[in-house]
Design a protein around this ligand. Structure first.
Ligand code: CP
Ligand code: NVA
Length: 305
């Protein structure tokens, strides 16, 4: 079994492009075995994953729990609210303690630096299950889905519409590692963070950013969007109207090739970032993305734990 270069996955840039292809191959193998009816693959027999969630989750929590069960391990749901984190115990002390019981930790929290602090003081691998700045597990499953649909990343072009925050950052970092061309279309006040963009410059420079929703989509293979109001930002972003021109709808798709595929990390808000006709229509691959969270995370757990 191959090992990832770093102990933790806190953002996609913790990985190399070699790591990504190893993960994709491993996920493909595990998915095929599952589809053939091999429901349990005893790679993580006896291992225990703790899942510390300070925000709601349907896909991330369920897919990690099912992944551990199907790899013959076990997962513990630890809502941050139910732990001493809610009473001020530090991430450092939480990490030191949990490392004495667990073989790995998934954390979904507000600030990226909290996940970093937990990882710094944990002796077991820490996986970021979403913070304000990154959502690496989502982007890995998304690019695995793209690879599955296209067979390779050669010439693939992705356009992202919406908020330039966590999901967008992780997609950009993955696209950068894989040399995929990505067009980021965000309102002026919701641009990706400069410090994250600056680090992309070390790799292939194929990420273009614009505030104009009237961009040419004539050679785009995938259109991606995310919610306009992220968890924990409900108070900050009441101005949904700034996002209106960036909606993924039938009119937008008319400017794209007829084979364009539409992606969304979910949960979706029909009538806001995406229309019902698009997400529930023939171009949508959102359920494949959601399913692949399971297979990709199995590969990740196998490689980290
Ligand atoms: N996409 C995603 O992470 O979904 P959940 O918030 O349901 O985990
Ligand atoms: N940007 C969204 C992603 C949800 C999976 C959020 O942070 O709420």
């Amino acid at each position: 079994m191959f090992k990832l270069k770093k102990k933790d996955l806190l953002q996609v840039s913790d990985l190399t492009s070699e790591d990504l292809f190893h993960l994709f191959e491993l996920a493909k193998g595990l998915k095929n075995r599952h589809k053939r009816g091999e429901l349990s693959v005893p790679i993580l027999k006896g291992k225990v994953l703790g899942m510390v969630f300070a925000k709601p989750s349907t896909r991330t929590r369920t897919s990690f729990e099912v992944a551990m069960l199907q790899l013959d391990g076990h997962a513990l749901n630890l809502s941050a609210e139910g732990t001493q984190i809610s009473r001020g115990e530090t991430m450092a002390d939480t990490g030191r303690t949990l490392s004495r019981y667990l073989d790995g930790i998934v954390i979904r929290t507000f600030e990226q630096k909290e996940a970093e602090e937990l990882a710094k003081h944990s002796t077991v691998p820490v996986i970021n299950g979403l913070t304000d700045l990154h959502h690496p597990c989502q982007a890995l499953a998304d690019f695995y889905t793209i690879w599955e649909k296209k067979g390779s990343f050669k010439g693939v072009k992705l356009a992202y519409f919406g908020d330039g925050n966590n999901v967008c950052h992780s997609l950009m970092q993955t696209a950068n590692l894989l040399g995929v061309e990505m067009l980021v279309v965000t309102p002026k006040s919701c641009q990706p963070r400069k410090e994250i963009l600056a680090k992309l410059k070390n790799g292939p420079k194929k990420i273009n950013i614009t505030t104009s929703p009237k961009v040419s989509l004539s050679n785009i293979d995938f259109i991606y969007t995310d919610t306009w109001v992220s968890m924990g930002q409900e108070e900050i972003k009441k101005q949904k109207k700034i996002f209106r021109p960036y909606q993924v709808n039938g009119r937008l798709l008319k400017n794209a090739p007829s084979k364009v595929m539409v992606m969304h990390c979910l949960p979706a808000h029909r009538g806001e970032e995406i229309t019902k006709e698009v997400i529930d229509g023939p171009h949508s691959i959102v359920w494949d993305q959601a399913e692949n969270r399971l297979h990709l995370q199995k590969a990740l757990l196998a490689a980290l734990l």
